[in-house]
Design a protein around this ligand. Structure first.
Ligand SMILES: [Zn+2]
Ligand SMILES: [Zn+2]
Length: 259
């Protein structure tokens, strides 16, 4: 079964990734507006109203802010953990939700023929999860807001055919950049984000399993990173010829295929 994936947007301004396999259509996160998601999917010939589920990774606004609109306007069932929903509801205006389906951050979620494995993350959301989407023998990871390279992460990435992987910041740019000290500490701390170097080392090790077809670097910081720096670091550190893409902070990617 072939799978396709489109990053509709990735980064602190909003996250939303579309995955399709065997007739099942999923959105991971709802951090962009309903109109943006609808238009960007339509530009790739997809109808947002046919999406089977929007699955939320954690309670930070850049991942859940527009979940209520996705649910009400397009009738998409919302999959979210109870703790994430409670935390987000107290901060974002999610509005009235009709179709909410709970999962735990270590569950397997079945949506027709697709299995979504939730993986609990040490990021500083209240109950964060990353996801592996499995259709037949094919597996795509959507792994952002990871905290640090936790146990099992190399093993998980090694088991994937393709991955969206957080590559958030360049350490030198973060150190020299405008952020206040507490925020720099949060980002590079164990509950923050993965650096280019950490992501590159992880991908370098995982690619040795020879299963990965491509990796899309995701959730790049605007101030503390840029696509050229990220790609250069990955090429230097990982020392392989894995196909690399970069998810844009403001627009949709091409359609990526896993075959
Ligand atoms: Zn985020
Ligand atoms: Zn986050």
């Amino acid at each position: 079964m072939n799978m396709i994936a489109i990053s509709l947007q990735s980064g602190s301004s909003g996250n939303c990734i579309y995955i399709e396999a065997g007739g099942v259509k999923l959105l991971i996160d709802a951090g962009i507006t309903g109109v943006q998601a609808q238009e960007r999917l339509a530009a790739h010939g997809r109808d947002i109203r046919s999406v089977d589920a929007v699955i939320i990774s954690h309670d930070h606004g850049d991942h859940i802010r527009h979940a209520g609109v996705f649910q009400r306007k397009f009738g998409i069932p919302l999959y979210v953990t109870p703790a994430t929903l409670a935390a987000a509801a107290s901060r974002c205006k999610l509005g009235k939700l009709k179709d909410v389906r709970s999962f735990r951050s270590c569950d397997k979620i079945r949506i027709k023929d697709v299995l979504v494995h939730a993986i609990s993350t040490p990021h500083d959301g209240v109950d964060g999860a990353a996801f592996v989407i499995e259709a037949g023998v094919k597996r795509i990871g959507v792994l952002t807001d990871l905290g640090h390279v936790f146990k099992d992460l190399v093993h998980i990435v090694s088991s994937l055919d393709a991955v969206f992987l957080e590559s958030n910041y360049d350490p030198a740019m973060l150190a020299a950049g405008p952020y206040p000290a507490y925020l720099k500490q949060r980002i590079k701390g164990p509950k923050g984000h993965l650096s280019n170097h950490e992501a590159a080392e992880l991908l370098g090790r995982a690619a040795k399993a020879k299963r990965l077809q491509w990796a899309c670097l995701a959730h790049l910081s605007e101030e503390n990173n840029n696509p050229d720096v990220a790609i250069r670091t990955h090429r230097q550190v990982a020392d392989n010829d894995l196909t690399l893409y970069v998810a844009d902070r403001y627009q949709a990617s091409d359609v990526f295929t896993v075959s």
